[in-house]
Design a binder for this molecule. Sequence first.
Ligand SMILES: Nc1ncnc2c1ncn2[C@@H]1O[C@H](COP(=O)(O)OP(=O)(O)O)[C@@H](O)[C@H]1O
Ligand SMILES: [Mg+2]
Length: 267
Amino acid sequence: MSDIVLEIKNLSRRFGVFTAVDSLTLSVNIGEVFGLLGSNGAGKTTTIKMLTTLLPPSSGEARVAGFSITTQAVDVRRAIGYVPQAVSVDGSLTGYENLLIFAKLYDLPYREQQARIREALEFMGLTADGSRLVSEYSGGMVRRLEIAQSTLHRPQLLFLDEPTVGLDPIARDAVWKHLVDLRNNYGTTLFFTTHYLEEAESHCDRIAIMHLGKVAALGTCKELEDSLGSTDHTLNDVFVHYAGNALDSGGTFRDVSAERATAQRHG
Ligand SMILES: Nc1ncnc2c1ncn2[C@@H]1O[C@H](COP(=O)(O)OP(=O)(O)O)[C@@H](O)[C@H]1O
Ligand SMILES: [Mg+2]
């Protein structure tokens, strides 16, 4: 059996004459925590949308859990979970009710639904909050609920698009603690994008730095730091070297205003 759960080969996506993702090639191993880094507009979200079968590639191919994203999209969807950057839970429902909708959507056996929901709430540290309206949740709790929701069917591979953007450091740590639990207990492979270099440093087995739609660097954080030469280099130096600028962790105006809108909607 192969140890590879995600295999991307020359994957490209064009929008008109503009190439957003340019011949991307990389593999991710089972159980790996893989971080895709890059400035705004590097092509990270477009990549995740293709891998989750939401956006057809212009050319190239990827296999997710052994299934082709172009010819076996339904099988791919069953094997994965996806936490999009935008809020994907309903604020007017309780945490429990949000999960129940997804338990039905994923067609979990009726007898198992309650146990799975209980377990998912517990796994994400939300047991005490399951019966509260999501509009009362903090940003970190909303994120953890989204992770619970996207893993109810125990996917082999979980895609997360900027899972901790806009969260304070304590909420970010809590989200990560639960993601690591998920990996350690179920062997779930995590493929995520981030703006936070510290996050890549603390949690990723390997990272890829994307720049103008291409993979500019790929390896462990240590390997990439060593690749710059003999003296001590930080991951920030690595980023500047391969992406040509410092990573702007503040996000774009669009990101920030989207966060604000979310914060307003969710109290
Ligand atoms: N639907 C679309 N139509 C046209 N251009 C797009 C579309 N989606 C993304 N792009 C462009 O592709 C580039 C990569 O976008 P994206 O994948 O969202 O980057 P990232 O997630 O790394 O910030 C950007 O220049 C963006 O404007
Ligand atoms: Mg993005």
